[in-house]
Design a protein around this ligand. Structure first.
Ligand code: ATP
Ligand code: MG
Ligand code: MG
Ligand code: MG
Length: 477
């Protein structure tokens, strides 16, 4: 099955179970101070779970574009190095808002994986919440008993609170979850170690694909749990991981989700994918990062110097530096991947298709601007000698201030040399510069009074103004 067919099969399956298929929410979150980017399918339904919005459809399914590069879920350091964590990925999900519960959710996830997708049963492991006495949480016996109808007991594993109990926050809806993991190892590998011991153990071929959350409690301010009158189901399955399993690959990057991008990069670089670990990682990082960058821009957040805009600028600069250093792309290149990506997402996320030219132009401009200082910055770094394997904070600051190197890029380059960065000293240098410029501003603009002294968002240029103008100029409404 192609990736497109796999996605469609998921949506059609849940449609056949009376689910209403809804569009993905944007990846950029504008109306929630606790979240910059959508990091799970359930985000757009938060108000429904909290009982603060009316339920229109009690059964819903979709594919949600997600980003995990900040906050609670930050997978950035894994990306390109491992084969199954991405910055941007699609989360396939089905929901019940006060409608069906564990029995149907478990039955359908099993039916879909084994009968529609035809994954051999012996490859699958499922987990259930084992309970937590200290926290006063009971074992999820119900899920265990339900799984027993389908799965051999040796493949049903208990899981702790960290992996198998979901909470929205300190208070609010919560409940146990049940995950599905796939053992993609070869028979020889399987003979060596029992698959059960590798579930949730970060093994590259024993991977988690689907999480089924059963919201059955409401945690009150005093920490106690109240049973919810209407129980909900919230599930999330990693689309790229599912495709990898179904296409029988050992890496998400070997599927038709990533191969067109990787082959394009390899062709232009004149280097074969698979030739060398370093160039492979660079190709994977670029293929991954361009997806994150493109969707964030298409959803209305341009690269800038603060908050969400800076997160995306950092990712972009990281990709440019990988391209420059390991694949010898000395001219802007990343932007050329945008049309390819837009083509791939036609009929899935048309937001990218309709804004393809705009997104490409923004990426190109960012590349041009960073490439202007990148080579001098890299030369400075190459000449630099760390003291006791530690990069001084003042030097890291110089790289960021003069050459536009985000701190995590400096950390990455340091790591490649076996060094670390003195982050405390870096923060001090950064703070000193802010204090100095505040003091200077206070003198220069004596006509102006800064009303809110606690305001943390400092002036960093005209980015926001530019954004507005750019959007007006290019965005097709
Ligand atoms: P993992 O333990 O592999 O980091 P998770 O437990 O953090 O995954 P969940 O929050 O349960 O993930 O999200 C539901 C599903 O989304 C996961 O089962 C997985 O298939 C997928 N997923 C999570 N993070 C990523 C990622 N960074 N890239 C691709 N797929 C992901
Ligand atoms: Mg994770
Ligand atoms: Mg997990
Ligand atoms: Mg999980």
């Amino acid at each position: 099955m192609t990736a497109k067919e796999i996605r469609q099969a998921f949506l059609s399956f849940f449609e056949s179970k009376q689910h209403h298929v809804v569009p993905s929410a944007p990846i950029v979150v504008k109306n929630d101070p606790t979240l910059m980017f959508t990091n799970a399918g359930m985000n757009q339904f938060k108000d429904l779970f909290l009982g603060e919005a009316a339920i229109k459809y009690s059964r819903v399914a979709d594919t949600q574009r997600c980003l995990r590069v900040s906050g609670k879920h930050n997978d950035l350091e894994e990306v390109g190095i491992d084969t199954y964590h991405h910055t941007m990925f699609e989360m396939l999900g089905n929901w019940s808002f006060g409608d069906y519960f564990k029995k149907e959710a478990i039955a359908w996830s099993w039916e879909l994986l084994t009968e529609v997708y035809k994954i051999p049963k012996e490859k699958l492991y499922v987990t259930y919440f084992e309970g937590d006495e200290k926290e006063g949480l009971a074992k999820d016996q119900e899920a265990f008993d339900l799984w027993k109808q389908y799965v051999d007991e040796s493949h049903i594993l208990p899981g702790n609170k960290k992996d198998n109990f979901w909470e929205m926050g300190d208070t609010g809806p919560c409940g146990p979850c049940s995950e599905i993991h796939v053992d993609c190892r070869t028979d020889e590998e399987k003979a060596l170690v029992d698959g059960a011991s590798l579930v949730n153990a970060d093994h590259p071929q024993v991977i988690e694909i689907w999480n089924n959350v059963f919201m059955q409690f409401n945690r009150l301010k005093d920490g106690s749990l109240q049973s919810l009158p209407a129980k909900h189901v919230d599930t999330g399955m990693g689309f790229e991981r599912l495709v990898r399993v179904l296409q029988d690959k050992t890496s998400n990057y070997d599927t038709d989700v990533f191969q067109p991008l990787i082959q394009f990069i390899a062709d232009k670089a004149g280097i074969k994918y698979g030739a060398d670990e370093k160039t492979d990682i660079a190709m994977r990082v670029m293929a991954d990062h361009i997806r994150a960058i493109s969707f964030v821009i298409a959803d209305g957040q341009l690269p800038s110097n603060n908050k969400a805009g800076y997160v995306i600028r950092r990712i972009l600069r990281r990709a440019v530096r990988y391209a420059y250093t390991f694949l010898n792309f000395k001219e802007p290149f990343l932007n050329q991947l945008v049309p390819l990506l837009a083509d791939q997402f036609k009929g899935v996320f048309d937001e990218l298709v309709s804004q393809q030219d705009f997104v490409q132009k923004v990426v190109l401009e960012e590349e041009v601007s960073f490439l202007r200082t990148l080579s001098t910055g890299i030369q400075r770094f190459e000449k630099y000698q760390a003291v006791n394997n530690i990069v001084e904070g003042t030097f890291a600051f110089e790289l960021s201030d003069t050459f536009g190197f985000p701190i995590d890029l400096t950390e990455l380059m340091a790591r490649e040399k076996g060094w670390t960065v003195d982050l405390v000293a870096y923060e001090q240098a950064l703070k000193k510069q802010k204090d100095d410029s505040r003091a200077a501003t206070a003198i220069d603009t004596s006509d102006w009074v800064i009303v809110n002294a606690d305001d943390q968002s400092e002036f960093v240029g005209y980015d926001d103004l530019e954004i507005e103008t750019e959007i007006l100029k290019y965005r097709k409404v």
